[in-house]
Ligand binder design. Sequence first.
Ligand code: ARG
Length: 466
Amino acid sequence: MGGTMTVRKTTRKTTVGAIDSTVLNFTAGSDLLLDMALVNADCMGSAAHVTMLSRMPVRPKIITEQERRAVIRELVAIMRDADNGGFVIGLDDQDVHLAVERVLTARLGDLGKKVHTGRSRNDQVAVDLRLFAREQLIGTVREALELARVMFVLARRHVDVPMVGRTHMQPAMPSSVGLWASAHAESLLDDVALLMAVYDLNDQCPLGSAASYGVPLPIDRELSSRLLGFSRPVHNVLYANNARGKIESMILSALSQVMLSLSRLAHDLMLYTMPEFGYFTLPPEYGTGSSIMPQKNNPDVVELVRARVARVMACELAVKDIVRSLPGGYNRDLQETKGPFMEGLATTRGCLQSLALLMGRIQINEEALIRGFVPGVFATDRALELVAGGMPFRDAYHHVKEHLAELATMDPRRAIRKKTHLGATAGLDFDAFDARMASGRQWADEEWTAHCRAVSKLMGMKYPVT
Ligand code: ARG
């Protein structure tokens, strides 16, 4: 009291100065945890940066060839340590970038302190996130294609199995399980195309933009970009930093589209597995029972997909809301986009994986599907038969409307065989679907191979290690 200021003895010494520990806890936030997912990427980015520095045409050299090799050797060791739980990001590190610098300096002395020359944590985290996104997007594309593949298998196998086609949820026209399943799969193929588009936008290297405004050194940004397997650098150094959050939100909006597809699928599954419909039965090992009701087997996976759609969309909105009113250049707010970005990716991938398992073992109940064919389902087909005999469509429409009961004898199997035009029950071009699947898979394989080759070459190791 008495006007004296309490001196808080709680400051912590960090690589970049003393910081109050409460503030440090607050500002590091979730980075200590989330940045563990960026260790590999951070080491790759640093390897590219030191390689670029070692080739920089300045005398004396900032980093010699021999020093470059020593740094990269330690970066590889850090990647291995991280794999075995031997690398930790402490509170005094604040984030992965300074944790790596701490280890490099501990192991290499002054050389470790040179690595940050001409670089900022701002372009460092930006490049880390793009490398992380690259791997994640390839994985997401593969998993979306796997679910699509399972759905196409289901569709092919049940192309002749009738299923009531609905509009407004009411019975509408004869359809098939083949049409239903391949519709959901085709939706995923469009999502894959969108994922590839955002992948291409992500495929630009922000390294060398430093704090947001470049540096007065002859930085070779093309070289860093090439070393990391990017197809090009982000051109403008300020945009390279402003794009943080923007690129994440583009990726999240592609993920939202994936989730939108899954949401529609989840809704159908929820409905058609209800005992009152009984069209499909979910594999019991992918549901859970009740602790009180012995008879229960609940569609938990489908329900959680339904909820997680909302979460991924919330992640997209969170990132957009954080960046929408930021001034240009790096702002610490950007750190908060990391959590929703990573969550959106992990959640989408988890949903794709679980649904692929589920759809691979779903049971199709043909009898129940056929039982769903109330006579009215054939009304339009019947009217068109009358049209074929010369009756104007509107007259045929009214005639059928007045004689609905007469449709009771119509055969659903015959009905779905008669729709032979493009994309209808008997006109599904599975070969065209296969071609789209194959080109998606080839794309993922090529991108993954190119990525691993670039990293392996840069780091002088086999990547991935396992
Ligand atoms: N953890 C920080 C982030 O995610 C790294 C960049 C920190 N940069 C800074 N100027 N404080 O944004």
